[in-house]
Design a binder for this molecule. Structure first.
Ligand SMILES: Nc1nc2c(ncn2[C@@H]2O[C@H](COP(=O)(O)OP(=O)(O)OP(=O)(O)O)[C@@H](O)[C@H]2O)c(=O)[nH]1
Ligand SMILES: [Mg+2]
Length: 351
């Protein structure tokens, strides 16, 4: 599973700046709105210390972390869903993503023009209305199609009813995240959202306001120093963190926090595999059974699944080797019904 997140927001809020900070890419940023036109994809390794601790005892030739993709797209403005600016066309680029990073401008910089209201919450509403309106177009189109099918005795009446509920909600500006997903209907409003409060200073009143808003609405809000992090892109992760910790009191990297929330919101977990030359992290939905987890590696493994040897990664690290762990009785044997846990190290046996 390749996890992907799309960056949305008004122009000049720092989407590309954050993209550069996260991916160490070097896409253009500027004080002129609509700097980004073509979408950019960046792939980043999911930081997971357990993988490196595991590699430390196994000494493999290769360490293969899970990855997460980020998409930087053009800024949206009021009217984007009806074709204003560039946004609507480029929303199509992120209809397939798993989640949305909604970047909100919480820095004060009079020489960088804003196309928003200057208030983070109003800015969020403005963008969310555009996302809803853009989804609404898709819902209307699907409803029309079903209606004409119904006229000839086809089309699913249940889906029609569902679509009408969705339409009502979108028109009212209400969330649809609790409604069941309709297959092949790529609505943005269904996707989990992480709000990123982009700022120069963590105690900027706009950041605090947004954090309060998030608490009240049960939305995830992460303050980020995108510009500062972008400037530190040339440094190693450690150097970057030291700078952010000493200078700004930041305790955890932006990538760590985003990944943690992304996994939590999507209900994802990680498991690990060890082969002679390779230690690797995999991502699956929580609740996945062992054969389906094996299927991530190879479809034959799922088809011919026999059993799996399981050990929590912490226990294996403690034992310092697979052989020692086996001697200590730490390795369990599980069958088809085993539900994979976060941090399992798995060794599949297939026919
Ligand atoms: N002071 C300050 N400036 C920032 C910050 N983040 C971005 N900027 C600046 O704001 C301007 C716009 O940043 P971009 O990253 O290009 O913004 P964008 O959201 O990608 O804009 P579009 O591509 O036009 O939609 C650039 O000059 C950035 O250097 C920040 O946290 N603080
Ligand atoms: Mg940009």
């Amino acid at each position: 599973m390749s996890l992907s997140w799309g960056l949305v927001g008004l122009p000049n809020v720092g989407k590309s700046t954050l993209f550069n900070a996260l991916t160490r890419a070097n896409v253009p940023t500027s004080i002129y709105p609509f700097c980004t036109i073509e979408p950019h994809k960046g792939i980043v390794q999911v930081p997971d210390e357990r993988l490196y601790a595991l590699a430390n005892i196994v000494k493999p030739e290769r360490i293969i972390p899970a990855v997460i993709e980020f998409w930087d797209i053009a800024g949206l403005i009021k009217g984007s869903s009806k074709g204003e600016g560039l946004g609507n066309e480029f929303l199509s680029h992120i209809r397939g993503v798993d989640g949305i990073l909604h970047i909100v401008r919480c820095f004060d910089s009079p020489n960088i023009p804003t196309l928003g209201e200057g208030d983070p919450i109003k800015d969020i509403e403005l963008i969310n209305i555009e996302l809803s309106l853009s989804d609404l177009t898709i819902v209307e189109r699907r409803l029309e199609k079903i209606k004409s099918l119904r006229r000839v005795g086809k089309g699913d009446p249940e889906e029609e009813a569902q679509l009408k509920v969705i339409r009502e909600r979108l028109l009212r500006g209400d969330s649809i995240r609790d409604l069941p997903v309709i297959k092949d209907l790529p609505l943005l409003s269904w996707k989990p959202v992480i709000y990123v409060a982009n700022t120069d200073s963590l105690d900027n009143p706009k950041v605090l306001k947004l954090l309060d808003w998030g608490k009240e609405r049960k939305e995830v809000v992460i303050p980020v120093l995108a510009k500062i992090e972008e400037e530190l892109a040339e440094f190693s992760d450690e150097e970057r963190m030291t700078f952010l910790r000493d200078g700004y009191g930041v305790e955890e990297s932006t990538l760590h926090r985003l990944v943690r929330e992304a996994y939590r919101l999507l209900g994802l977990i990680s498991f690990f595999t060890i082969w002679s030359k390779e230690v690797r992290a995999w991502t699956v939905v929580s609740g996945t059974k062992a054969p389906q987890a094996a299927g991530k590696i190879h479809s034959d493994f799922e088809k011919n699944f026999i059993k799996v040897e399981v050990i929590p990664v912490e226990k294996l690290i403690l034992a310092e080797s697979w052989a020692k762990a086996r001697e200590l009785g730490y390795i369990r044997i599980e069958g088809k019904e085993y539900i994979v846990k976060d941090g399992d190290v798995l060794y599949f046996k297939a026919g």
